[in-house]
Design a protein around this ligand. Sequence first.
Ligand SMILES: C[S@@+](CC[C@H](N)C(=O)[O-])C[C@H]1O[C@@H](n2cnc3c(N)ncnc32)[C@H](O)[C@@H]1O
Length: 340
Amino acid sequence: MTFTRKPDVCQTTGSAELAMLDVYMPMMKSAAIISAGQLGLFEALANGPLALNALAEKIQSSAQGTVALADFLVTLGYLEKQGESFTNTPSTQRWFTSQGQIDYTPGLLWTKEAWPMMGALGEAVRSGKPEKTLWQAMVEKPQLGHLFASYMAAFAQDLGPDLIKHVPVAPEQTRLLDLGGSHGLHSIRFCQHYPQLSAQIVDLPSALMQTPASIAQAQLSDRITLSPGDLLEHDWGREHDLVFYLSVAHNHTAADNRRVIQRIAESLRPGGLLVIHEYLAERPLNALQAAFRLTLLFETGTQTHAPEDYAEWLSAAGFTSMTRIDLDPLEKGSLILARR
Ligand SMILES: C[S@@+](CC[C@H](N)C(=O)[O-])C[C@H]1O[C@@H](n2cnc3c(N)ncnc32)[C@H](O)[C@@H]1O
């Protein structure tokens, strides 16, 4: 008998393998990586290899459980064996430890919370909307807002250098409005980079729980202010030079985005710049784009929008120059820079 090996357990099937592996293996892969993040296993190996007993002790777990988890993580390419010791692979070290370039462990902790919620996906498909949105769930369980903002902060650390590279700020431009600014890292980065800037962050109160501490740590409390509220109704003032609408449009309907972009246009100074970061819905959708749209249906009842939609909203609001920049790698999404 010949078996067709899948290149990755999460790839689409079509082979002669048992179809249930498409369900079982991604579940186990996801659960193992999340558990490792939760237990601090990757961080425990950040300074070098450890033998089983030392690793088990460091993550305060049984040797029996630790070896079962670590052996599976070896097969997944997350750990390697060095003699009798376990060590992080370079990719694990880069993405899931404090020694790496970006530590996405907050993403693992968020996914742990999101996972049981997915049990209601079928209901959301049936009704075409979530039973309750993520924002409503965060009001009921405030720790969700903190976990989500920490996850978004990891994305923001990754995206920050791209923004600095592609977003021009002239010396006379002083006022930044960061809509849906959450963790505050984008405003902090721009204020650090451009000493003439001050920033105003608008977001739901649940997303701003840790933001004052981050701003204070960056010693920017005198230049960055928070405006808690729903940006669809909030009066965010006028005379802004730069407006960030970063990864927020997919949380809103087309009609709401049209209105928000119109209001942004009215609140910009002449020569001001709107910066949108988004995951654009290009047809045909690839697997990641389609998965993200399904997540949004379930979490917020919204969807990603097509490039033509943005072009239409921007020109209706009087923006004349629009530039699209696709980031590298493509999974990072796209920037749209628009001036009136
Ligand atoms: C995907 S996160 C992006 C966070 C941040 N802009 C970034 O790029 O890392 C979307 C943010 O938009 C905020 N948001 C969504 N709808 C909002 C609304 N109606 N009013 C205010 N904030 C909103 C969420 O609370 C969340 O912080």
